[in-house]
Design a protein around this ligand. Structure first.
Ligand code: GAR
Length: 219
């Protein structure tokens, strides 16, 4: 019997990197059969780069100002990522809109985590917008990345009830805790070859997911 090699993972971040940390924890805890080959950031001072260094992972900063436009930056980034021969690229708080050609390069092998119950509240500032809209529920979604920003097929969602006392900050904290559950879980499924996407259809354990797997947070 041949043994599958650990998943080769590349993670893209722009900021604190708490989701990256959750992936590192899951790997160290034996819950994720993956090796994070490299972490890339478009911000030199992203705390996630330091987390990567501490875990002995290549921490790479690419300066967007060195490129004429977003497409040129993305092309250079894609080349650098491909050097690591990744099975999966994870956008863990990478705050850039990716060019179609970048998305095409990693089609079917790129996951993103977004802080809302997609398709509701695409884009930025989701916690404040959810409060303003008086929503009962909020959460986070892990989805495959397509050219449609925050619109690719969803895999798993973490859902909480919005409390009357919630602020944008408390919502961010509560959602963040759930992100650290659902992102490693989706990546582990991919590593175990239980998860894939085909023509927009998400397959989990040989069946098409008609809706994302739902993980309920505490109420
Ligand atoms: C996470 O909440 C993630 O969902 C969000 O950025 C945060 C990164 O936190 N991503 C997006 O908003 C992408 N549209 P982290 O750096 O601590 O992992």
């Amino acid at each position: 019997m041949t043994h599958r090699r650990p998943l080769r993972l590349v993670v893209l971040i722009s900021g604190p990197g708490t989701n990256l940390q959750a992936l590192i924890h899951a790997q160290h805890a034996g819950e994720l059969d993956a090796e994070i080959q490299a972490v890339f950031s478009d911000h030199i001072d992203a705390q996630g780069l330091e987390r990567a260094r501490r875990a002995d992972i290549d921490a790479r900063y690419i300066n967007p100002a060195d490129y004429d436009d977003g497409a040129a930056f993305d092309a250079a980034l894609a080349q650098e990522i491909l050097v690591y021969d990744p099975d999966l690229v994870v956008l863990a708080g990478f705050m850039r809109i990716l060019s179609p050609s970048f998305v095409e390069t990693f089609a079917g092998r790129m996951l993103n985590i977004h802080p809302s119950l997609l398709p509701r509240f695409k884009g930025l500032d989701t916690h404040r917008r959810v409060l303003q809209a008086g929503e009962r529920f909020h959460g986070a979604t892990v989805h495959f990345v397509t050219k449609d920003m925050d619109g690719g097929p969803s895999v798993i969602q973490y859902r909480i009830q919005v409390r009357t006392k919630d602020t944008a900050t408390s919502l961010k904290d509560r959602v963040s805790q759930g992100e650290h559950i659902v992102l490693p879980r989706a990546v582990a499924w991919f590593a175990e070859q239980r998860l894939s996407v085909n023509d927009g259809a998400v397959m989990l354990d040989g069946r098409q997911l008609m809706q994302p797997v739902l993980v309920e947070g505490e109420v």
